[in-house]
Design a binder for this molecule. Structure first.
Ligand code: FAD
Length: 420
């Protein structure tokens, strides 16, 4: 389909992303403008990747050419140096054009975001700091040179939700680690060059404190990709199953020093909401498609529907939800910090919940308001509708878990419990 209406409608995304209460920096504007240069092409490729459930390799070639594989790599180490908030703004714009590219690109960037300034601000020994600096320089170099990293942590158990240690194990060897285990829903499987794996050090009575974050080369002996991939939505993420069988990696594969992951996870809760921008962008795309469609601005549609009050009311309701989601998104992505307050942490859960659920609701409303012809596969709407449903399922912050934690946290003070 001709997706050129997006070039004009991106201004609508602008007025939401370019939030006047917190003006964008020149750098943020520059990065978003760069995405806009490629976005319409990505939107047009999305049809094929959705139909075939295939990975958007060409988009990653573009991201590489743009220097974006080093988006969250600090400038002093050769990257573009996007901080948390900048990343979320850029990611939401990528998702505006292609949700699948943004969803997978999130996995790549998390490997850099989680290991850069966040770790620098933590209490590390000199030796830990030195080895971390050494290891990440290698991985950041790989990213800048075009390697794609992914982030498989889900195992189909309670581990990804933080309930117990990961079942994938890393056993100490003379020269590094030997990994064994299985990861499900591993986005970019078969397409990433490295899998950034959360696993448990193989020690007696291991706990969450023994979690390790290790980059496994995709072509290492013992790594295999298995299973089908034919899901409802986000089909271009190619999230198949990964098997690790006696995979040997050197010490430099460690993306964080031993014992640091679990501390980072408790000190930086916002690190688990980096998929929020993907679904913010999808929601904006569904809204803009609906406006363009009802106005008769989408190529291939020659009937205007905007004059009907029911359409106007529905668009108004969608807009209200969209603005509520953007407002919370801007506030919460601006509150990223080490050890946020209890209120800021709660707001982050509320934001993740709101964006994921509103995205699905906005897409459902879009299908209803645009009508039957609009949900044909020649248009993006039915894909956005299917993709939107995936956001609430993303561990560790699924919509259900956000609600659980919010409800408990709002009614109990720190350390409080009922005696009976
Ligand atoms: C398109 C897509 C891409 C993905 N990409 C990745 C990826 O790159 N890396 C990755 O690691 N994972 C990825 N995931 C996996 C995702 O994060 C979840 O792990 C996966 O959807 C869990 O599926 P499940 O059926 O095993 O969930 P289950 O663990 O069975 O959970 C089902 C639901 O139960 C609820 N639940 C689970 N545990 C708890 C709890 N302790 N308390 C309260 N409620 C709970 C949650 O709401 C959850 O949604 C992806 C998923 C999708 C759909």
């Amino acid at each position: 389909m001709d997706s050129s209406y997006l070039a004009e409608y991106a201004h609508s995304a602008d007025s939401n992303a370019h939030f006047h209460g917190l003006p964008l920096t020149d750098e943020q504007k520059h990065l978003i403008a760069k995405v806009d240069e490629y976005g319409v092409t990505w939107a047009e490729r999305a049809f094929k990747h959705d139909r075939e459930a295939s990975f958007p390799t060409e988009n990653y070639e573009d991201l590489k050419a743009m220097g974006f594989l080093g988006l969250c790599v600090p400038k002093r180490l050769g990257g573009l140096g996007a901080d948390y908030r900048t990343y979320t703004l850029v990611a939401s714009r990528i998702a505006y054009y292609c949700g699948n590219t943004a969803n997978t690109f999130n996995m790549h960037n998390a490997n850099a975001l989680w290991t850069a300034d966040m770790i620098d601000a933590m209490d590390l020994t000199d030796a830990e700091r030195e080895s971390h600096e050494h290891n990440r320089a290698i991985h950041y170099g790989n990213m800048i040179n075009g390697s794609i990293y992914s982030q498989p942590f889900s195992e189909g158990s309670g581990a990804a939700a933080g309930k117990h240690p990961f079942g994938t194990t890393a056993t100490r060897s003379d020269s590094g680690w030997v990994l064994n285990g299985k990861k499900i829903f591993a986005s970019l499987s078969g397409h990433a060059n490295y899998y950034g794996v959360l696993c448990t050090e193989d020690v007696p009575n291991a706990t969450l404190a023994d979690t390790l974050f290790i980059a496994i080369p995709a072509d290492a002996p013992g790594v295999s990709v298995v299973g089908d991939w034919d899901p409802l939505g986000m089909r271009g993420t190619v999230s198949r199953t990964l098997i690790f069988k006696d995979v040997h990696v050197p010490d430099t594969a460690q993306l964080m020093p031993r014992g640091i992951y679990i501390k980072a996870a408790s000190q930086y809760p916002h690190m688990f909401m980096t998929l929020t921008p993907t679904y913010m962008g999808v929601a904006q795309a569904a809204f803009d498609f609906s406006v363009a469609y009802l106005r008769g601005d989408v190529a291939g549609v020659n009937v205007k529907r905007r004059m009907y009050p029911t359409k106007q009311h529905a668009i108004a309701e969608m807009y209200i939800k969209l603005q509520q989601a953007w407002a919370l998104f801007h506030r919460v992505t601006s509150e990223f910090k080490r050890r946020p307050s209890r209120e800021e942490r709660s707001r982050a859960y509320a934001c993740q919940y709101t964006v994921m659920e509103y995205c699905a609701e906005i897409c459902a409303m879009a299908v209803r308001v645009c009508g039957g012809q609009a949900m044909l596969k020649t248009f993006p709407l039915e894909r956005l509708y299917r993709d939107s449903r995936c956001g609430a399922l993303m561990l560790p912050w699924t919509a259900e878990i956000c609600i659980d934690r919010l409800g408990y946290g709002l009614l109990y003070k720190e350390g409080e419990r009922d005696d009976d």
